[in-house]
Design a protein around this ligand. Structure first.
Ligand code: TNX
Length: 529
């Protein structure tokens, strides 16, 4: 036998005998299909290439990733965009057989092949590759001494739900643009794709509206009896900046204009929109205010349409959230305008709901139709199930699973966000020394988030469940530091509920292999221990 043949044979045998790599069990959210392989691929100095058929922004994302790998590994890297990709290096190819938002990664000794069909899938493949690399990839320092090799393996992954949301209330406490961007970065790290931005409430109106300047002039300022004030709002340019930033991370931003309740800040700015017509202030208390929009006056609808027209200009999202939660009916019961509207519409109470509940349904439906006329779809909190549900509305089920079940039963889509599992403003442990900001309604532990059960949602109903979301109400969250503490690591648990197919979610695996804290530390995020 020639020496070459012996050498080849030996190489082959060694290859077969090599121990398979351990499964990277710490990946979050854990891939839906993963097979381990043997050997490793050293990514230092690798040539990156990307399919010219992919979008320009995908090329840009690969360039950015390659540049960062080159920098932290201390070996540089090169990127080519081409119709014909080389057989080595790190290759990103377009492949229409990959599922939406999904990706396939194959790592062998000769290189890495990533197949994707869309921009989000490409971004998520990069997130997964980063988690397979040393934690220094998340830093901004060169770390040439780290092991810059990737384990041989195959991943074929795509999310369970198309809507993977996180909510942020900026009305109770305001978070400036830079902090919102950080929040988006954290979401992206966990492959979430939707920010639900709660922009208005009794305690503050936070988005500039050109037609109604007093909304921020008056409505964004809380005045306390001791003379101090609390204020904050986003200009329209700042909103655009956040929406663009999010889009680059594959995140849609859904604005919420909470109506017809939770409107006291707007009433302070434009008192004529209320039933009483005067005497409102931006609320300095927490809870549910009786002061709501008057549903009888036509001017209320002019106002809402004006506001929402500008909101649609700022937000390209398919969905617009119009709230609908916690709207007390006492003002309407005694308001001649509201009662005249009830009479005109012929609304009647029944065993279950009062005529004022049906008046609220009228408001939600009318606003829903207006938005539908502009190609948008409404989301409402599960109170919109009381009375008549607006056509085509998506129900956000927050009080329990029941809202989702009822919505699905009625043929409506639902997003699951039951408070006992997914209110991240609730404390996460009983340790009073670290849980300084949360609401104590029995801790919403990491495990409780992780083990969320779609109980009562049969397979048939699950077809209407478009996604899962956690909410962050900020009455008691005064800073980004507190915000991140409540968000992390529970967001990691949420991400597996959103991403993993039934059977893949596994608390034992997740809790014993968890390594996200190292990533959070490197990124400088404050997380609960
Ligand atoms: C209920 S959930 C609310 C919010 C509060 C939250 C406090 C929902 C639709 N409304 O207005 O901030 O409870 O935890």
């Amino acid at each position: 036998m020639s020496r070459l043949l012996v050498l080849l044979l030996l190489t082959f045998l060694c290859g077969c005998a090599a121990e398979p790599n351990p499964l990277p069990l710490g990946l979050v959210p854990y891939p839906n299909h993963i097979e381990t392989g043997a050997g490793r691929y050293d990514i230092r100095g690798a040539k990156f290439s990307v399919d010219e058929d992919l979008e320009e922004r995908s090329h840009a994302a690969v360039r950015e990733f390659a540049a960062h790998v080159g920098f932290v590994s201390g070996c540089g890297s090169r990127v080519t965009v081409s119709g014909k990709l080389p057989s080595r290096g790190v290759r990103f190819v377009g492949d229409t057989t990959v599922r939406k938002e999904g990706y396939r990664i194959t790592i062998g000794r000769r290189g890495v092949e990533v197949a994707v069909t869309d921009y989000r899938g490409l971004l998520y493949s990069i997130q997964t590759l980063k988690q397979l690399l040393p934690v220094e990839i998340y830093g901004d320092k060169a770390a040439p001494e780290a092991d810059w090799s990737l384990p041989g393996l195959k991943i074929d992954d795509a999310p369970r739900f198309g809507y993977r949301g996180m909510h942020l209330d900026v009305a109770r406490h305001f978070f400036p643009v830079e902090e919102v961007k950080r929040y988006l970065d954290i979401m992206h790290l966990h492959k979430l794709n939707t920010l639900h931005w709660h922009l208005t409430d009794d305690q503050g109106w936070r988005v500039e509206i050109g037609r109604y300047p007093r909304l921020v002039e008056v409505g964004s300022v809380r005045k306390y009896p001791d003379g101090t004030t609390y204020r904050g709002h986003y200009t329209r340019d700042e909103i655009r900046e956040v929406v663009d930033y999010a889009a680059r991370l594959g995140i849609d931003v859904i604005p919420e204009i909470d109506l017809p309740g939770h409107m006291q800040a707007a009433l302070a700015a434009y008192p004529e929109l209320g039933c009483r017509g005067h005497g409102y202030e931006v609320w300095t208390g927490w809870g549910v205010s009786d002061e709501v929009l008057c549903a009888g006056k036509e001017s209320t609808f002019d106002f809402l349409e004006g506001v929402l027209t500008e909101i649609m200009e700022l937000f390209p999202s398919k969905y617009i959230h119009i709230g609908g939660d916690e709207c007390p009916k006492v003002r309407w019961q005694h308001c001649p305008h509201c009662q005249a509207r009830i009479a005109e519409l012929g609304l009647k109470g029944d065993k279950e709901y009062s005529k004022e509940h049906y008046l609220q349904s009228y408001v939600m439906s009318r606003v829903g139709k207006f938005l539908a006329g502009h190609g948008r779809r409404i989301i409402g909190w599960d109170e919109i199930l009381e009375g008549e549900v607006p056509e085509n509305a998506v129900v956000m089920s927050w009080r329990s699973n029941y809202g989702g079940i009822l919505a699905a039963w009625m043929g409506h889509d639902a997003i699951m966000t039951p408070h006992l599992n997914f209110y991240f403003n609730y404390v996460q442990s009983d340790d009073k020394s670290t849980e300084l900001w949360g609401v104590d309604s029995g801790p919403t532990t990491l495990e409780k988030v992780y083990n969320y059960d779609f109980k009562g949602l049969t397979d048939e109903y699950m077809e209407h469940v478009i996604g899962v979301q956690a909410n962050m109400w900020t009455e008691f969250i005064p800073s980004a530091w507190a915000l991140e503490h409540l968000l992390l690591p529970r967001l990691a648990a949420l991400s597996e509920v959103q991403w993993c197919m039934p059977g893949v979610r596994d608390w034992e695996r997740f809790s014993t292999s968890f390594r996200m804290n190292g990533i959070y530390d490197t990124m400088g995020y404050n997380h609960a221990k």
